[in-house]
Structure formats: C-alpha cells, structure tokens
Write a protein that binds this ligand. Structure first.
Ligand code: ATP
Ligand code: MG
Length: 722
C-alpha cells in the first residue's frame, strides 16, 4: 500500500499525527474525533513507511474487543497477519508477561486468576479467621482498600499506616490476604499489573530485553490509566521508545477505580519533547447531539478545553421521554427499537445504555416479551455465572490442586457431606501451617484428624478431582469440560432443581462445552497448555466475547462499558437524580463531575439518534423510588431536544414542567383516532391504541389481532381504515 492511501480518509490534523516523525506525542481530542482511527493508522504507518517491524510495536487498548478490532483493522490496512505484534489490554499484556516469566515473577507455572467475586469470598473468609467483625470491616471496603493499594503500587511493607487501629488492621488483612493468594498460586486483577511492574523493577535483564524490543508504544484511552499502568509504560519506555498516547480528559470515568486524569499532564512532563496534537472535527454524531454534549460538559470546571464541531446536519433532536415507571420506560424503548427494525434496519444499530447493571433486568424482560434478541456486554457475564464458575472451579482445581479459591468453591458443590465444621478445621490447620487446603486435607487424612464420616467425604472429594484429572488427561478440551460437568455431579444437581433458572443453568453448562469447542488458544498462550489458556481466557474475557458475536441483536451495556464504541441509535435509560448522577456520587463533590463526564461519554456514542429516558417512579434494588429528572437533562440546550409523550399517558400528570410548553405541539396528529380499526398489508387488522409525534415522525401503536402490539410510522405503514 502506498503512502498516500494510508493518509486517505484523514483530515489535516489527523495526518499530522499519523505521519509525524518518530517521536513521542499526545493526541488530545474530544469524543468521535478519530483518535482511535489515528492510532490504528499510525501503527500501519510505522510499518509501511518507517519500515518498523511489527515485533517492535506495543499497542494498548481499553477492552479485548477493542484490541481485536484494532488488530483486524491494522491487518486490513497492511494486508497480512500481525500475530507478532503485541496488541491488548493492560491486563492482557501483563498477564502474557507473567505467563512467560512466571519464575522471575515468583509464581507457580500454573497460576490462576482470582476474579472479583472469588476475591470477595476470600476476603470474607480471612476476616472471619482474624475474628474481625464485618460490621466494622465491610468486605467490600477491605477489597477496595487492597485494590487501591495495589493500583498505587504499594505492598503491605510500603504502607505507612497511621496511628489509627483501622489502618493498622487493614494493612494486616492485606498481608494475610496476599500470603493466602501466594500460597494458592492466585493473582487478582490488580496483582497482575503490580507484578508485571515489579518484573521491570527487580529483573533488569528482562526489562532490557523488552526495552530493546518495544521501540513504539501506543496507548488508547490514556485518561483512564491508573498509577501502576502509567509507571509500567514509563519504565518500559525508558528514554528511547517513542510513545504515542491518545485520550480525552472529558471522558475520564474511572477515577473511582484509581485512574488519574493527571497522567495526561504527567506524560508531557515525563516525556519532554512530546508534541500535543488536537483534533477538533467530530465525525460520529449529528449537530444536535454534538452541540448538546458540548454544552453539558462545559459545566465541568478545570477542563483542558476542546472545541468540537461537525460538518454533519443537525439531524433529529434528542428525544427525551418521561416514563411513568421503569416498565413504561422499557416499553417505550423497546417500542422504538421495534419501529427501527420495522423500517428495515438492524437491531445491532441500537444500544441501550444504563448507569447500573441492575437496570438491565426490566429492559431484558421487555425485549424478551417483544421477541427481540439482545446481547449484554459486561454485567451478567457468562463466565461469572454461578454454574459456570462451579464447573471452572473443578477444572481449576484439576489444573492446580493448591488453588484454594477453587477448592472452597466446589468442595461441597454438589453437597457431599463435608460440613462447615470439617471445613473450619481444614482452614484453621491450613493457616497455622501456612499450607493450602488441599495439602491440609491430605495431611488430615494421613494423620486421621477427621472423624470417620468426614474423612470419607473428604477422601472421596480428593479422589474425584484426581480421577477426573487422570481420565481427562488425553481428552480434547471440550470433552474434558463435558466430562467434568457430568462426573462432578454439577449437571445432575442443576437438572434436579426445578424452574427456569435451573434450566438455564443446565443450558449454560452446555454452552460452556461449546465455548471450549470453539476456543482457539491465542498464539501467545500456546505453551501454557489448552486448559490453562482456557481458564485464563475465561477470567480475562468474562462477558466481553459472548457466544453469538455476529448475531443481529440489540446491544445492552453500562455507560462505562460503552466507552470508545458507537451506534446509530442510542438510548440512555434511567437518567434520574439519584440514579444518574448516582446517589453515592452526589455526596462527594468531584464525583459529580465524573458522572457528568460519564453522561458525555454516553451521549457521544450516538451517531444519528439519541433518546434519553427517565421514570417518575422506579422499583430498583428492591425499593420503590420517586425521583426527578437528572440535572444533566436540564443542562442540555432546549433547542436540541424534543419531549416525547405518548398519548396514553397524557392523563398522568406531567412530571417535568420544563418541557410543558413544547409538549402541546407534540401530541400526536397521526390522523387515527384511538380505538379506530385499521388494516396493515402484513399484520392484518387491529385497533389503534396509542400515538405520538407529528408530521413525518408521527407514529401509532396498533394492537393487531394476530400479531399483537406494534408501533408503526404512519408515513411508511400504509394503514387503511376499516
Ligand atoms: P472516542 O473518544 O469515543 O473513543 P475517537 O476519537 O476514538 O472517539 P474514532 O472512534 O476513531 O473516534 O472515530 C469516530 C468515527 O469517526 C469512526 O466511525 C471513524 O471511522 C470516523 N472517522 C474518524 N476520522 C474520520 C475522517 N477523517 N473521515 C471520516 N470518518 C472519520
Ligand atoms: Mg476511541
């Protein structure tokens, strides 16, 4: 490919960044201005124009999905396979390093990843063993504390705990927790990064090797890096590598997890000579969406400040819908999606974004009710579901008997008569001797420390794991998974439970076999064996890669997960005070600004149409709440929005007065009376039950005798009166 075509499809500023001489630089720009595109083209440029080897390039993205897309995009531009280039997330890349240098990182070769849920359980057990009351030491708080310390690069020995007993205790729990992880060969997510960083610090030869190798380091979404990620890059780069970072301070949304937007400034100090390039043209959204997003974010003080403009037309105004409650909200959203589909569009064009995972259930039900397929990113993650973790627990314990978290998970699932008392004995002994549960169990049996029945039960459990490991030694991975879910008794257990939930658990176990069958060991993990690779994959990718990646489905995800993505139609649901901004953040000053940035991220995902919805009352977390529309809605310029109100709801007192002047003009003028009988060429006869909108946008809801309720755009539906 020649040079000019590499620069095709880029504006002048983008070209400047892509074609810059070898150097470090910062691309600072707002949403949708092509930062990710620039990064991708730069990689291609380095290889094709600067003749740099793919081997010398390290690219860091925010999600595995983004990494895959970037690899594909680069491969398309350069026209060949790029497996030698390292592209991945911070966690993925650090994990790869630890797998390669496990000895130098002081890890067993078969170390496993401890995910958040298992980490929480482990912390609970440790608190109990230290006789610490959960009321004073809530496990979530302790978990946060440990992660924060690690994200800042602190080991217990580095922490100068103040005079307060709480700090002293937390430090002690951290210490005990870390020892437990080390014994069991487990690394949590923060540990992956910290250890990879320590590898640089304590193993200068390894560091030198990678410094010689990675001459080009590129990082997307840099505003969300935390301290340890920053240091990892900084140390690796040394004084010779060329580092290109791209980011947007207005999209920094992980402050609560230790991300430091200051890293953008820090970069300019630590990499003298790095130039800043600003991009100002937005290519993603319509004028209305962009203008509204710009005005919203202008309410935040202390921004680096960027002006974004678009050549695009204003497009549709942002539609704001005031729902009666969360069910009405879900019905409204699903109705619009169904209309979109009726007009011949793809469901996957539509994304529903929400602040809290708990909001998804009602939306899911409404979609199911309407028969619309959907896909959830994050949240209800496949690999985080109970039954999947049970099966993976057995596999992990087979791969590594010392994996205490896995041991705890499956020792009595399904129940096999190993009681709490027996487990307590094992735990205490394990702690006293500083050995793992598996080893303790072996010793306890050997020394006859357990009573007859308990001893038999424990013996049977150990035998089961050893036998399954032996029987599956030669099997293909998916046969192994199948065998384990049967032989462990898990499948039978769930089959015997009644109800839909149990049924779906059985289906999930079957899906796991499919996942194993289609699993391809990534090249970089080849030498760790198929099982270990699969286990790591499950822990790192939970939820990101779901089974039917290509099926046409509505996309559901939290606002956080949506970062970096774009969709023609976006719904932001639950935009209410107390939910978004969330109650928690209302209580802390600067967190509100982070919520506003999150709102900016959400809005700027939309390309053509943005819907914002809120409910006057909402049942969530088991409580009924009445709330006001979010302050963020009030911060949008009135000329960019249009209030949607369904006729059926006119009897409901309007909650917001803000839109009341415009609402009069919005009552439907579809030309069809409610209750009128109509005929549709495809759906047959039905009754008009609802309408909304005016002119070309007016729609009616018809309850068809044979097809149920549908929203139709009057201009397209060709309805006849009967
Ligand atoms: P975000 O901040 O949300 O991550 P971004 O700055 O990374 O956004 P991209 O995702 O790279 O933006 O680009 C946004 C959209 O604009 C993409 O669809 C991209 O293909 C398109 N785009 C970027 N630059 C151009 C250009 N010069 N001409 C046409 N389309 C472009
Ligand atoms: Mg991007």
């Amino acid at each position: 490919m020649d040079v000019s075509s590499l620069l095709d499809g880029l504006n002048e500023k983008q070209r400047e960044a892509v074609g810059a001489p070898l150097s470090s630089m910062l691309v600072l720009a707002g949403a949708g201005s092509g930062k990710t595109r620039v990064l991708t083209h730069r990689i291609a440029w380095l290889m094709q124009v600067e003749n740099q080897s793919p081997y010398s390039i390290l690219a860091v993205t925010f999600t595995n999905k983004a990494a895959r897309e970037m690899r594909e995009r680069v491969e398309k531009v350069v026209g060949h396979n790029m497996s030698r280039m390292w592209i991945g997330t911070f966690h993925g890349l650090a994990h790869r390093l630890l797998r390669t240098h496990w000895q130098d990182a002081n890890l067993p070769q078969n170390f496993q990843i401890l995910d958040g849920d298992d980490q929480y359980r482990l912390i609970k057990r440790i608190l109990k063993s230290l006789n610490l009351d959960e009321k004073h030491y809530p496990p979530r708080m302790v978990q946060n504390y440990i992660c924060t310390q690690k994200d800042e690069g602190f080991r217990p020995k580095d922490i100068e705990a103040g005079p307060f007993p709480l700090e002293q205790k937390l430090k002690e729990v951290y210490q005990v927790y870390q020892e437990a992880c080390d014994r069991a060969g487990l690394v949590d997510f923060s540990e992956i990064l910290l250890r990879a960083y320590e590898l640089w610090l304590y193993k200068p030869l390894i560091l030198q090797h990678y410094r010689d190798r990675f001459q080009h380091i590129l990082v997307d979404e840099f505003q969300d890096t935390n301290t340890i990620q920053y240091k990892w890059i900084q140390v690796l780069a040394g004084t010779t590598a060329h580092v290109m970072i791209v980011g947007d301070d207005d999209q920094s949304i992980y402050g609560w997890r230790g991300a430091q937007v200051e890293n953008l400034h820090k970069f300019l100090r630590d990499f003298p000579g790095a130039e800043t390039i600003r991009l100002e043209q937005n290519y993603r959204s319509t004028g209305n969406i962009l203008k509204a997003a710009n005005e919203l974010i202008a309410n935040n003080p202390g921004r680096l400040g960027k002006d974004l403009w678009t050549q695009d037309a204003d497009g549709e105004p942002i539609a704001v819908y005031s729902a009666f409650n969360e069910l009405d909200e879900a019905r409204f959203i699903v109705g619009r999606i169904s209309d979109w589909q009726d007009m011949g569009n793809d469901l996957s064009d539509c994304a529903i974004l929400y602040r809290s995972n708990a909001q998804s259930r009602v939306l899911e039900e409404a979609l199911l009710h309407k028969g619309l397929p959907y896909k959830i990113y994050g949240g209800l993650r496949f690999f985080e579901r109970q039954e999947i973790k049970d099966a993976m627990g057995y596999l992990r314990l087979m791969a590594n008997h010392d994996d205490d978290a896995a041991f705890e998970r499956v020792v009595n699932t399904p129940t096999r008569g190993i009681g709490d008392r027996t487990l307590e004995i094992l735990r205490t002994t394990a702690r006293q001797h500083g050995i793992t549960l598996w080893q303790t169990a072996l010793q306890a049996l050997d020394k006859k420390l357990l009573s007859g029945r308990a001893a038999t039960a424990v013996q049977n459990f150990l035998d089961l794991v050893v036998t399954m490991a032996r029987e599956t030694e030669e099997m293909a991975l998916y046969r192994m998974v199948d065998h384990v879910s049967q032989a462990s008794g898990l499948k039978t257990m769930y089959e015997q439970e009644k109800g839909e939930k149990a049924q779906s658990r059985v289906e999930n176990l079957e899906e796991l076999v499919t996942a194993a069958r289609t699993f391809e060991v990534p090249e970089e993990l080849l030498d760790m064996g198929e099982l270990n690779a699969f286990l790591s994959h499950a822990a790192l990718e939970a939820g990101e890669g779901q089974a039917d990646a290509n099926a046409d489905a509505v996309q559901l995800m939290t606002l956080h997960t949506a970062k970096g993505l774009e969709f023609p139609v976006v719904f932001m649901a639950g935009v209410e005070e107390g939910l978004f901004p969330s109650q928690l953040t209302l209580e802390e000053g600067d967190r509100l600004e982070e919520e506003r940035r999150l709102c900016y991220v959400g809005m700027t995902r939309a390309m053509q149409q943005l819907y914002i919805t809120y409910a006057e009352s909402r049942r969530i977390y088991g409580r009924e709440n009445y709330s006001r529309p979010s302050r963020f809605i009030k911060e949008l310029p009135p000329e960019c929005i249009r209030e949607v109100r369904l006729k059926a709801q006119v009897s409901t007192p309007a909650f917001s007065t803000r839109f009341s002047q415009s609402s009069n003009t919005q009552t439907g003028d579809s030309g069809f009376r409610h209750g009128a009988r109509v005929r549709h060429f495809k759906f047959g006869e039905g009754t008009v039950v609802n309408s909304e909108g005016t002119g070309a946008q007016s729609r009616v809801q018809v309850n068809f005798d044979d097809f149920g309720s549908k929203w139709l755009v009057v201009a397209y539906a060709k309805l006849e009166s009967v």
